[in-house]
Ligand binder design. Sequence first.
Ligand SMILES: [Zn+2]
Length: 287
Amino acid sequence: MRTLTAIAGNTQRLDGGSMFGNAPKAVWQRWIEPDDDNRIPLACRAMLVREETRTVLFETGIGAFFEPKLKYRFGVLEPGHVLLENLEKAGTPHEEIDVVVLSHLHFDHAGGLLSPWTEDGDLTLLFPKARFVVGQEAWDRARHPHPRDRASFIPGLNQLLEESGRLEVVTGETSEVLGDGYRFHYSHGHTPGLMLTEVAMAGGPVVFAGDLVPGMPWVHLPITMGYDRYPEMLIDEKKVLYEALVPKGLRLFFTHDPETALAKVKVDERGRYRGAEGLAEPRDLES
Ligand SMILES: [Zn+2]
């Protein structure tokens, strides 16, 4: 049996226009209200799956590794490492997590792997006993970024993961570390090799949607982010995922939605895909 819980991490505020790609502000401001600087609040939420004998964490959010100037730039307001605090409150401190799965290594997904920033600038890896699962293409991209997304990666993180001796870089649909009940889908429209994990659950599959579908408004096929490399490709990839899994009761776990952690994907009366039955805090959802 598995249970699934959402664990909140540090939040960010990013430019609303960048988050909604070519959607006009008149449209997106109805979904998430911007502040006076046109920024919108975004979560960096992790998904915790508890099994009988181990715990698996999907992503670690932005964390607190940024120096104060960069924290300010990305609108991170909390002083500490919120995910660590919340893992502790949930009874699973980071020292006890067995597996951490990373969809890709952009800093707002992997930064929480690191200890909070200090004056001396040393970065240390948290999660001392966890195995880390990363897709091959996402791993390669972090080692050799493109000029367009170089600033989204954390220098030195690859080396720390490699030196831990606890890294599994996966190429196919499954992971040796994770084993049965977990299957990967890959998407390339946001970043090469974005790895989306499908978790088999009793009420239908749950997919950790990463940056393919960062929140409820992006469930709708044409809505993409300005950060995506190939928005049209991303739209086609969303459609393939929905067509395969919506008939089986697909639920998406959102890392960035400020309100909703988990929702069903349904087809409305006009044939459009929509998020439905959203849950703000799914707690111990059972498999
Ligand atoms: Zn990303």
